[in-house]
Design a protein around this ligand. Sequence first.
Ligand SMILES: C[S@@+](CC[C@H](N)C(=O)[O-])C[C@H]1O[C@@H](n2cnc3c(N)ncnc32)[C@H](O)[C@@H]1O
Length: 211
Amino acid sequence: MSTVTWAPDEPVPQMTPRPTGGRKYKGDLATGYEAKRGGSAKWKSEELIVREMLDSLPAATSILDIPMGTGRFIPYYDERDFDDVWGYDIEPEMLWEAKEKLKAVKRPKCFHMAVANITKMALADNTFDVALMIRLERWLSKDDRTTALKNLQKWTRNRIIFTARVRGRPQVPNFSYEDIEAALDGWHIARDEVVANDEDNRMIMLEPVAC
Ligand SMILES: C[S@@+](CC[C@H](N)C(=O)[O-])C[C@H]1O[C@@H](n2cnc3c(N)ncnc32)[C@H](O)[C@@H]1O
């Protein structure tokens, strides 16, 4: 299915040289990532919305989670028995944390992870049923956000879920509705939810335009 694969009980491959463009999530930043954010209203709100947006899907759904980070949604994917979950991240150390979560899942062989850059990786068209791109927007340039969204539309068949800061302070990169609309190619915004009562922070769900 993918160009780079990683079986759960192998070490995550290193990318050398480290690609530019990603923020460094290494060492304590990786191991402490969830401890720092896990209880926040924004975190909880995102998780509730993701659960709700994936609620109706059958177990036989292939999922692309990029960036998977420390695998915050792995327990939920496991709870739902999704049988084909692929997590990618530019930082191996984030995936090491995600890999730890596989010790507690029912079927670790349903999970695959690999180091990859969303703007550079090559996947076949229509590889996945559903794609999630959560909390990546502010770590990409405006052009890379567009590239990432266009890539997800190529790789995904049914549903794309992503976070977007649609307005905001000038120094905080955002993913405006204009940028999103301009990147859409045969897809439309099917749902648009406010995250944690903050109108600037959205969880957006795309679906293909019906014929
Ligand atoms: C704020 S974390 C979000 C992780 C996860 N989606 C979550 O909600 O917890 C941002 C992640 O994006 C990854 N990242 C940054 N640039 C990337 C890129 N170009 N391609 C893939 N992952 C990237 C970082 O390594 C980090 O794990």
